[in-house]
Design a protein around this ligand. Structure first.
Ligand code: MN
Length: 254
């Protein structure tokens, strides 16, 4: 379906006075030069409506043991980076092995789905913005990330690539954020196994910290960081992730 930008102001050039009628109010239509991109969506458990993805923010180094395995300093606070909305891979789809890497890593993460936003949100109000939670995997071209770190270059190519954000159905949620077990297995072998309660920034703090940097809005997803045990994936691998109380995610790397 064609969508149009509508400017309902007066078209001074082509409207104007005519001898036999009042000034005509012209509708000025601006058409897209090509069809706008498809909206990235995530299904919601128990609902026919789907979640339209606006932005994807991600937290780095939010578990102490993972920060250590990445060579980080114990005093460094977590930080944010981002992925484009169209990096989302909805549940049930395979994940294509990306180009230009020989070291694709899995990072299982709790994902916050926002139904409302704001700036400078206090941590004790932050959970009111939450629609629900999902299980996500922050796919990472680790070789490109390590090269970027060495050169002080940005992470976009290592983190924000096509199909870099497989995600489960969103589980609607109210009240205290999930705290339970988070784990990931590859071909039935456990790789990551930790508890959400070990996050350095808790869920409410993540939302509050993000809102100091960006105006958050409905449709934003926040990947909250991964625990220790990240590792490589190859074509043919079957990845299964689970967060206690939130849901499961599984996909094949093709
Ligand atoms: Mn991550």
């Amino acid at each position: 379906m064609r969508r149009e930008l509508v400017n309902d102001g007066l078209d001074e050039g082509r409207g104007g006075w005519t001898p036999d009628g009042p000034r005509r109010k012209a509708l000025v239509m601006s058409q897209f030069i090509f069809d706008p991109p498809a909206q990235a969506i995530v299904p919601i458990e128990g609902r026919s409506e789907v979640f339209p993805v606006r932005r994807i923010l991600c937290v780095g180094r939010n578990y102490a043991a993972h920060r250590r395995e990445m060579g980080g300093d114990d005093r460094d606070p977590p930080f944010f980076f981002a992925k484009p909305a169209d990096a989302i891979v909805p549940p049930g789809k395979d994940v294509a092995y990306p180009s230009r890497t020989a070291n694709l890593h899995h990072e299982i993460e709790l994902v916050i789905a926002l139904k409302a936003g704001g700036r400078d949100v206090a941590a004790d109000q932050a959970l009111e913005l939450v629609l629900g939670y999902a299980v996500g995997v922050d796919m990472t071209r680790r070789d490109l990330q390590n090269a970027a770190k060495d050169k002080g270059q940005p992470w976009d190519a290592s983190k924000g690539f096509d199909a870099s954000a497989p995600i489960s159905t969103i589980k609607p949620w109210s009240g205290p954020a999930p705290q339970g077990r988070i784990r990931l297995a590859v071909n039935g072998q456990g790789r990551q196994d930790a508890v959400i309660a070990d996050m350095i920034w808790a869920t409410a703090e993540i939302i509050s910290e993000a809102s100091k940097l960006w105006a958050l809005a409905a449709g934003d997803l926040i990947f909250t960081g991964t625990p220790e045990g990240v590792g490589p994936l190859v074509r043919g691998d079957h990845v299964e992730g689970e967060i206690e109380g939130v849901g499961k995610l599984s996909f094949k790397v093709v």
